[in-house]
Write a protein that binds this ligand. Structure first.
Ligand code: ZN
Length: 71
């Protein structure tokens, strides 16, 4: 097989960023698919959390025609 890994002693790059367990080859830099999944979810939902439940003033053109007032 053609494996690019020249050192068969764990994976370099540090431990799993999720649970700090030694990273596993194939899931680097995570230790398992589970942690990789956790990180993915964090990335999708946590890091890029959309500020929801606050659609008050979003610069939407009102059909009523309320001009932005300057105090
Ligand atoms: Zn882990």
């Amino acid at each position: 097989m053609t494996s690019p890994s020249n050192d068969n002693q764990g994976v370099k790059g540090g431990p799993c960023p999720i649970c700090k367990e030694p990273a596993a080859a194939g899931y680097a830099p995570f230790c398992s698919k589970r942690c990789a999944d956790v990180d993915l979810h964090r990335w999708l939902t946590g890091g890029y959390a959309i500020p929801a439940a606050e659609d008050d003033s979003d610069g939407v053109s009102d059909p009523d025609g309320e001009p932005p007032q300057d105090s």
